[in-house]
Ligand binder design. Structure first.
Ligand code: SAH
Ligand code: SF4
Ligand code: F3S
Length: 476
């Protein structure tokens, strides 16, 4: 399986399985150690911060070493079969740790917990607790149950839970970028996708709690928030008396107005729902980053219909044209699935031609992986042989690499506003940060500027995924 990994924090696979650290706090369980590891999308990483917050109130401290932990949690993803395989392999490693420390509580959280429910307890004997994404408030009780010798499961999905009042503990944070969850669940029922089953119905979080969380982050020194949802364009909130209504464009503006120095990003947009109003709001505010992740999945209208994406090739092209018209400088990325049920070579070529048309800045590309219980698994045969899926994937990965490179090359010679996020992974002599369009820029450290500050950087060179440049000092 070849996934093209590009520098987008919301899809950063290099963070997969990262352990999260939390400062010690006193409480009922004071001194007990929690280890939490996250897989999957940004929503899961964000949820782990909610879990850490709930357990820190109980006095848990976090550790980066699962061998010394009292409670080991793995926050899981079900999106493709290999995501689940990774988790099962990791659980085998926890087994050895548990055999040395039988009192250790091992818990499975997130989407796999929701999909497999109590089956997990039968299949993976070492698992003590199984908790779905809407049941994290129940964790203290569930841990108590396990402490008293029982296994514990809570996989109830909710129509209301948004954890709006929980102030997430920022784990392993650079103090500059943060995720802010604006909605949960998904009602779209794309035929290939497990998310509606693992995350439940779509619900939007109170906008005032989103603005408050973002303001608190800004006051604590953060300079970038990424608003998260499976389909941010269908964000919709109304006050009880229906006098106040907030859509995604309104919410974006509310967050952008917190401070011009707070950058706003968001993910994921849905081609069927992204409106011109959102695009004009982006264009109006300099601090809303000019970058849209707009997953196409396929360039062929028949395949899109089988996928139940509810748009066709023409509609998608119309949305791309609107973005280019309203914000010519906007970067666009996508997700593509190759070898979906019954996809012909000709239909695959339409995905290739769509990529040629848009010339995406980045793309995340996957072979179709049949997921039990989804509409596609029930209705259509997974009939494209693996080697054909793989060959189609290899072809588009190579094409995307060319496009990514071309898009970065087009930036060379231009000055970009970059938020310094820290040192480059390769050298302490270089800073790294992203441009407004989400391209990673690496440039020599200048002591006058610190992480968390904006600098103007002239792009001078690039690799296929990174720009390299130098700071152009601001003239007063
Ligand atoms: N809500 C987002 C997608 C979330 S899942 C959206 O609608 O765009 C992230 C990506 O995983 C999807 O865009 C899709 O490209 C891919 N994906 C989801 N289910 C898949 C499956 N069964 N097989 C292969 N890729 C899949
Ligand atoms: Fe899955 Fe479709 Fe919802 Fe995205 S919009 S999470 S692909 S069902
Ligand atoms: Fe995976 Fe669940 Fe996210 S299936 S992609 S962790 S919503």
């Amino acid at each position: 399986m070849i996934d093209l990994v590009l520098p987008d924090k919301t899809h950063d696979e290099s963070r997969q399985g990262e352990a999260l650290l939390l400062e010690p706090v006193d409480g009922k369980n004071a001194g007990r150690k929690l280890y939490i590891e996250s897989y999957g999308c940004a929503m899961n990483f964000s949820d782990s911060e909610i879990v850490a917050s709930i357990l820190s109130e109980q006095g848990f401290e976090t550790t980066g070493d699962f061998n010394s932990a009292d409670v080991v949690f793995i926050n899981t993803c079900s999106i493709r079969e290999n995501a689940e395989t990774r988790v099962r392999n990791r659980l085998k490693e926890f087994k050895t740790a548990k055999s040395k420390n039988p009192g250790m509580v091992v818990g499975v959280l997130g989407c796999m917990a929701e999909r497999l429910k109590a089956k997990f307890l039968e299949e993976e004997k070492l698992v003590d607790v199984v908790v779905g994404p809407d049941a994290y408030r129940d964790l203290p009780n569930l841990i108590d149950q396990v402490d008293s010798g029982q296994k514990a499961v809570n996989v109830l999905l909710s129509r209301e839970e948004t954890y709006a009042d929980i102030n997430p503990v920022r784990l392993n944070s650079n103090g500059i970028n943060a995720f802010v969850s604006i909605m949960r669940g998904c009602d779209n029922m794309c035929s290939f996708c497990v998310v509606p089953f693992t995350r439940g119905r779509e619900r939007s979080r109170d906008p005032f709690s989103i603005v408050k969380e973002s303001t608190d982050l800004f006051n604590a020194g953060y300079r970038e928030v990424t608003l998260l949802g499976q389909n941010v364009d269908s964000y919709k909130w109304a006050s009880e008396d229906e006098t106040e209504k907030v859509n995604f464009a309104n919410l974006l503006e509310m967050v952008a107005l917190i401070n011009p120095d707070l950058r706003v990003r968001f993910s994921t947009s849905h081609p069927k729902d992204i409106t011109d109003e959102v695009l004009y709001t982006m264009a109006k505010h300099d601090n809303i980053c000019k970058y849209i992740h707009l997953p196409v999945q396929s360039g062929n209208s028949r395949v899109l219909e089988l996928m139940n994406r509810t748009y066709d090739r023409e509609w998608y092209i119309n949305r791309i044209d609107a973005i280019r018209r309203i914000m010519p400088e906007c970067a666009i990325s996508t997700d593509v699935i190759t070898g979906f049920c019954s996809e012909t070579d000709e239909e695959h070529k339409e995905t290739v031609s769509m990529m040629e048309y848009v010339k995406y800045d980045f793309a995340y590309m996957f072979m179709y992986s049949e997921r039990p219980g989804t509409l596609a698994a029930k209705r259509y045969a997974d009939d494209i042989p693996e080697p054909v899926k793989a060959a189609r994937l290899t072809e588009i990965v190579a094409l995307q690499q060319q496009h990514s490179h071309q898009r970065l090359q087009a930036q060379i010679g231009k000055v970009q506003r970059v938020l310094i996020e820290g040192f480059s992974k390769k050298s302490k002599n270089d800073y790294a940060g992203r441009t407004d369009q989400n391209a990673m820029m690496v440039f020599p450290v200048d002591e006058r500027y610190k992480p968390g500050q904006y600098v103007n950087v002239m792009a001078e060179r690039c690799t296929t995924a990174t720009l390299m440049g130098r700071i152009i000092p601001q003239t007063p």
